[in-house]
Design a protein around this ligand. Structure first.
Ligand code: PM9
Length: 473
């Protein structure tokens, strides 16, 4: 089969030649970033208790903490911000948002929330009863906490390859169907309010679930009468991997794949701060009228009226337009392309990373990077601090600290994955920034024997990774 480039060359009578792709935008506004000295960084990270969440952003050079709320909006989104209808009730921007969700994701009813965890809170309160079990394709920090706070227990049913950073499985976000069947048999369908299925599984390294697997999960759920709730936070990135890797899906538009993914589920929670290219916002969307009624009632208690849910009118307009832009094929190709660019560079330097490279970031394998640092001294936390010290690049721990404690026993959870995430904001940094990041990671890798572990000296009760403090062990 001819590639599109070869076909173009053939049709226009041109000789075949290499043609790289580039970002489908040009830059209109810039924000300066500050390069700090090693002394300034030493002081800053000590003051932050060796937790990159506690650094001041002005002390960061290239900020790869997260892709959440850090995207650059387009001129079309900014123009939409000027059209914010800031009425308390019935803002026109809510109806634009509702229409965009119905059109692109296909869910019937929409409840806006201030961000993803607001939607998770409402969904968990509406559907989970004490003693319930929620199977899912790997935990996410805020999702699992809301399930636990509602009295439920998360059970991981992702395929085992997802826990192995070296496995090259193309769809490490897949559900282990036999394991799921076992969990249903053990607990009974009546104790399972829903399956919690994420696209682009964050804690596994931004790994996709395949359409084939999701269809099989749907069949299984239907046989037992169980709902599927979708964490759609990075659904477009997942769709890109389906388009690139799944037999029969090549060449299919991203928007169409996204629509099919959503059609296989009964509702979604969404942090619009990621895929949907905005700085704040989220929503819950469902097909079931009764769940909608309950959620619409709860949203006024915890978030705001059901036509704003914690967002301003202008925020809702930006989300509506961001959803549309997130599904353009050229956007998603450049977005994931930049992540792959960084990943290939880091991998070429011999640095251990999670394979395959994910959709929103490059995940360093801290266990293999720092084999001399024991797990109880938080190697990923120590590695994130070391990278900051080297270059002012900020990353995030995604290992033992993030995993927190078992609420029943109080023991620390010990996930198999001990990772540092270099997360790439959308449409924000250039290829030259990626080169600097790769150089810094390579330099730190060269000096890894000098990196020491950390001990935790302050531990908050919930989501400890955000605010915990450490000292050199
Ligand atoms: N994810 C991230 O950096 C924000 C900070 S860490 C809690 O990856 C998924 C898959 C997420 C996510 C946030 C949320 C919560 C739900 N699901 O941050 O509340 O990656 O908008 O969304 C972060 P909010």
């Amino acid at each position: 089969m001819q590639t599109p480039q070869a076909r173009y060359n053939f049709e226009f009578g041109m000789p075949a030649r290499k043609r790289s792709w580039a970002e489908p935008f040009k830059i209109k506004v810039v924000e300066p970033v500050r390069l700090t000295t090693p002394e300034q960084r030493r002081a800053a990270i000590a003051e932050a208790g060796y937790n990159t969440f506690l650094l001041r952003s002005e002390d960061v050079y290239i900020d790869l903490l997260t892709d959440s709320g850090t995207s650059a909006m387009s001129d079309w989104q900014w123009a939409g911000m000027m059209l914010g209808d800031e009425a308390y009730a019935g803002s026109r921007n809510f109806y634009h948002l509702e229409a965009a969700i119905q059109k692109h994701y296909g869910y019937r009813y929409v409840i806006p929330t201030h961000q993803g965890r607001g939607a998770e809170h409402i969904l968990s309160r509406a559907l989970i009863h004490p003693g319930d079990v929620i199977p899912g394709n790997m935990y996410f920090t805020t999702t699992r906490l809301h399930q636990e706070l509602a009295g439920g227990r998360f059970v991981d049913v992702i395929i085992p390859e997802a826990h192995d950073p070296e496995s090259p499985h193309p769809f490490k976000g897949n559900v282990d169907l036999e394991r799921l069947e076992e969990v249903i048999r053990e607990h009974g369908a009546s104790r399972i309010p829903y399956l919690s299925i994420a696209t682009s599984v964050n804690m596994a390294g931004g790994q996709p679930i395949s359409l084939g697997n999701l269809r099989a999960v749907r069949d299984l759920a239907d046989r037992h009468g169980i709902r599927i709730m979708h964490d759609a936070t990075r659904v477009a990135e997942n769709a890109y991997f389906i388009q690139q890797r799944e037999p029969g899906q090549e060449g299919r538009p991203i928007a169409e794949i996204v629509r099919e993914i959503c059609s296989l589920t009964d509702g979604c929670t969404m942090s619009a701060k990621k895929d949907a290219l905005v700085n704040i916002g989220g929503f819950l969307a469902v097909n079931d009228r009764e769940i909608y009624e309950e959620a619409r009632n709860l949203v006024v208690v915890y978030e705001g009226l059901h036509t704003y849910g914690g967002m301003s009118g202008r925020d809702m307009e930006a989300v509506a337009r961001g959803i549309e832009e997130s599904l353009h094929d050229d956007h998603i190709r450049a977005r994931v392309g930049q992540v792959l660019y960084l990943g290939y560079k880091i991998r070429a330097a011999g640095v251990p990373i999670v394979e395959p490279i994910g959709g929103h970031g490059v995940f360093l394998d801290a266990k293999r990077f720092l084999p001399h640092v024991p797990r109880e001294q938080y190697p990923a936390q120590a590695l994130a601090a070391a990278i900051y010290l080297d270059s002012g690049v900020r990353s995030m721990e995604r290992g033992t600290v993030s995993a927190g404690r078992n609420p029943q026993t109080g023991e620390e959870n010990r996930p198999k994955l001990e990772l540092v995430r270099l997360t790439i904001p959308r449409r924000v940094y250039t290829q030259a920034h990626m080169d600097v990041v790769a150089e810094s990671v390579e330099a730190v890798f060269g000096e890894r024997d000098n990196i020491r572990g950390l001990k935790m000296v302050y531990e908050p009760r919930y989501l400890r990774f955000f605010q915990a403090r450490f000292e050199p062990a």
